[in-house]
Every structure is written in C-alpha cells, then in structure tokens.
Ligand binder design. Structure first.
Ligand code: SF4
Length: 259
C-alpha cells in the first residue's frame, strides 16, 4: 500500500518533470557511465591498473610484523576480524613466550588466550594457534610447510591465510590473497563481480602476471586503505578515477556519496 501511494505521488505532474529531475539528480550519488571492460579490454584495463598502482605504492607490503613463516602464520590467524596494527601490538609477547611451533604446541590454552585477548575471538584463535602448532610439529617436524595443500589442512588456516604465507614468507606466487579490500576494489574496478573469495581469486589470476600476484593484493589493500574507503571512497583524489567504472562524479557543489 505504501509503495502504491508513493508511486502515485511520484507520478504527479507537479511543477514539471524537468524541475523534479534536476532536484533529484543533485541529491543522488552519481556514478561514472564508463562501461565495464570485457575480453581483451579487461586485460588492458588490468594492466593499466597494475602499472599505476605500482607507481603509486612501490613499497606496498604485508603490514603484519614477522621474521619467519611461523610468526607470519600466527599473526595471520590473529588478524581475523582484527586490525594488523592491533596484531602487531600483541605478537612480540606471544613470540617471546612461544618462539617456535614446538613451544606453542605445548602451550596451555589459557596462557595463550591471555596474551592474545585484545585481538578478539581469543578463545577460538588460541585453539587454532595451538592446534596449528601441534599439526606442524606432528606432520612437518616443526617447520611450517611451503605448499598450499599442506597449509590449508592446518587448524585455523584457509586459502587466504595460505596465500599470505606462501607469498610473503616463502616468496611464492601461487595465488592471490582476497580479503575485504581486494573484494571491494576488484568489484569497483570491474575486474570481477560478486563476493565469493574463491571466484574472485579465480577471476583475477589470469588478468595479472603471476610474478605480481602477491604484490597485487598489497597494492589493492593499500589503495583501499588510503583512498578507496568502503564507505567514503575519495574518487576526487584517486589516480584511477579516469578508468574506474565506479568513480563517482560530482553533480553539484558537494562531492557525491555512494552506498
Ligand atoms: S576511489 Fe573511486 S575512482 Fe578510485 S578506485 Fe575507488 S571507486 Fe574507483
């Protein structure tokens, strides 16, 4: 009923369609009318994005502090639903107390919980950390394995975490880390659509040279943090605005808003 009433009001001729239209356009977010590239154009689009992002963020890197694969694995497990900054505040004490998988495998759950409490979900995370360490000791002689198949069966480790470890601790470009920033930017930049991380990774892989897969995640995450914010993307200062199909365009004196 309410919808019907609203439709009726909208249909009123009022003061002329032109006047009503200009008011509504000024208030609504406006998006670029640029079409989503496909086929060879999509590859060229991806290459251009990579080139510009590399020039803008040449030093983009993993924001978690670590010195070896064991530390990065612990830090990545802790980073779920938590900022990298917070994780970096917690890990020095964790690594001082449990410097390797063997010591962590023998840890008491409550002791680990106390050290990681501020990262949130600390009971589950402590369980994952200890379980991961026990599996590493039992099946890999205490050394974090350097292959996807062995990593993804460790407690608390999924494909995203495995890609983080392989790319950053072992220098292997076996896949692309798809986190919330990569998901958002891949969609806005029309590299892919949807929110399924596996599908996004599958769509991104053929668009970029394999030697850049790890770096690509760092670049998209950095740009997401600095410019392409989830709620307020700063399209006006974005180096990709002229090629981004989601770029907002100003229709009045005020910047357009989105989402
Ligand atoms: S800030 Fe705007 S123009 Fe830049 S990538 Fe994000 S949506 Fe596109």
């Amino acid at each position: 009923m309410a919808a019907k009433g609203r439709a009726k009001r909208d249909a009123k001729p009022g003061k002329g369609a032109g006047a009503a239209k200009s008011t509504s356009v000024a208030k609504r977010p406006a998006r670029s009318k640029r079409p989503r590239p496909r086929g060879p154009a999509l590859r060229a689009h991806a290459a251009l994005l990579l080139e510009r992002l590399l020039a803008r963020y040449p030093d983009a890197h993993c924001a978690l502090d670590f010195t070896n694969a064991y530390q990065l694995l612990c830090a990545t497990i802790l980073s779920a639903q938590c900022t990298d900054k917070r994780v970096n505040m917690v890990t020095p004490a964790l690594f001082a107390r449990y410097p390797d998988a063997r010591s962590l495998a023998a840890a008491r759950q409550e002791d680990v919980e106390a050290l990681i409490k501020s990262t949130g979900f600390f009971r589950n995370k402590a369980k994952s950390l200890i379980g991961m360490a026990q599996a590493v000791v039992e099946h890999h002689d205490g050394e974090v394995p350097a292959d996807m198949a062995s990593l993804v069966v460790l407690p608390g480790v999924g494909r995203k975490t495995a890609n983080v470890i392989l790319g950053n601790a072992f220098g292997r470009n076996d896949g692309i880390v798809v986190d919330t920033h990569v998901t958002r930017l891949s969609n806005r930049l029309a590299l892919t659509s949807g929110t399924d991380a596996v599908k996004i990774e599958r769509a991104l892989l053929p668009l970029f040279p394999q030697e850049r897969w790890t770096m690509l995640s760092h670049l998209l995450i950095e740009h997401g943090r600095q410019v392409c914010d989830a709620k307020k993307p700063r399209c006006g200062e974005c180096l990709l605005a002229d090629v981004c199909p989601s770029a907002e365009v100003q229709t009045s004196g005020r910047p357009a808003r989105r989402e």
